[in-house]
Design a protein around this ligand. Structure first.
Ligand code: KG4
Ligand code: ZN
Length: 360
């Protein structure tokens, strides 16, 4: 439909320079340039390297997306960009680029929330999100259960991790096992050859008196590290695939159990899973099985749209336009700790923007 908004989205919150173009709920282009190889030898994302890589990749990636979509920049209805949360310097590159394009083209600018974008991207795959949307958001920096009556204005946390994020746990366990960075994809691959019942690792915060919708993965990470250490100290070989599979089983067991409990408790008949960890094959399979048993419809974007990309930002931007939300001001700040409760950053004169967030 030609009357749906044509929106360009820019994502630079971590190590992926993502540029997406959508028309309403239709994905037209998804261009991603990753600096992950530049970080691998440091065992984690180095902010300065990420910022520099974004700067170098920005214009070529935008041009690639425009070519892929077969549209001209002047045809765009709006420019959307991740305003936060994320690495401050990395965000700044995307926000500056978005401002420049919006200003030069005379189009509205939408500074949007990275986390709400991870949810909204599913509209490109499975059509309009139900309202409210129940979402399990699992990435490198965040793990939350969110209830969103309106993804453009109203996102409510039901629970979140009290220590490590799910993706962070994958990355740390991969380091313990000497598997490199990022850990999620390697563990996912290796676990297929392992026995998920080889080691019974702890399921954090699953006791009857624990917060039902909060997560804790730090104890699990420590348990894996200790188990591996003991093996090595005894001079025994570490069954890496079994450990990877058993660790992955513990994470996905807790995530799916709590997500389904949240659906039941809120009377919601569907579950959306988003963020980099949603690319995990075991999480997808287990969620599929358990949701089917519980009579819950599962919505998970394809793996390439779960990890960071620009299409998700464009998707949320398009929703902002479609619902007539106020654009951001051209002095839009990058906010490394933008709270999950703020799907977008409207112009300052019509919105008080309190800072009560937690870090990335
Ligand atoms: O959403 P994302 O791309 O970036 C952030 O916003 O953090 O998520 C990155 C995280 C990393 O911790 C990475 O190890 C994890 O997602 N990840 C996975 C998989 N692919 C990426 N974790 C488990 N299994 C995967 N297949
Ligand atoms: Zn992300």
């Amino acid at each position: 439909m030609a009357d749906e908004p044509l929106v360009l989205g820019i994502e630079t919150s971590c190590d992926e320079t993502g540029v997406g173009i959508v028309r309403g709920h239709t994905l037209l282009a998804d261009a991603v340039a990753s600096s992950v190889d530049d970080h691998a030898r440091y065992g984690g994302v180095v902010p300065e390297i990420a910022s520099r890589a974004h700067l170098e990749a920005m214009v070529p990636t935008i041009e690639r997306a425009l070519t892929q979509a077969g549209v001209a920049a002047r045809d765009l209805d709006a420019v959307a960009v991740t305003a936060g949360p994320g690495l401050a310097g990395a965000l700044l590159v995307g926000v500056s680029a978005a401002k420049a394009y919006a200003y030069a083209l005379g189009k509205p600018l939408y500074g949007v929330n990275h986390l709400a974008s991870h949810i909204c991207v599913d509209q490109l795959e499975h059509g309009p999100l139900p309202e409210p949307t129940m979402a399990l958001l699992v990435s490198g920096g965040h793990s939350s259960l969110l209830l969103a009556p309106d993804i453009t204005t109203d996102v409510r946390p039901l629970g979140a991790t009290i220590d490590d994020a799910a993706g962070e746990a994958f990355d740390k366990v991969a380091r313990v096992l000497g598997l490199g960075f990022p850990g999620g994809p390697v563990i996912d691959r290796l676990a297929r050859e392992g026995d998920p019942r080889a080691v019974r690792f702890p399921r954090g915060l699953t006791g009857p008196r624990d917060a039902p919708f909060d997560f804790s993965f730090s104890g699990l990470k420590t348990a894996v590290a200790r188990w591996v250490e003991n093996r090595r100290a005894a001079g025994e070989e570490v069954p890496v695939a079994d450990v990877a599979a058993s660790f992955q089983e513990a994470v996905t067991d807790v995530l799916t159990r709590k997500a389904i409990r949240a659906c039941r408790s809120e009377g919601v008949d569907h579950l959306m899973i988003g963020g980099g960890v949603a690319a995990n094959s075991r999480l997808r399979a287990m969620a599929e099985e358990r949701c089917a048993d519980a009579g819950i419809t599962l919505r998970v974007p394809r793996p390439g749209l779960c990890t960071d990309n620009g299409a998700m930002v464009a998707a949320l931007g398009a929703e902002m336009v479609a619902r007539g939300r106020t654009p951001s001001a051209l002095d839009l700040p990058a906010d490394s700790s933008l709270p999950v409760t703020e799907p977008h950053v409207p112009a300052a004169h019509d919105h008080h923007h309190p800072h009560h967030g937690h870090g990335h």
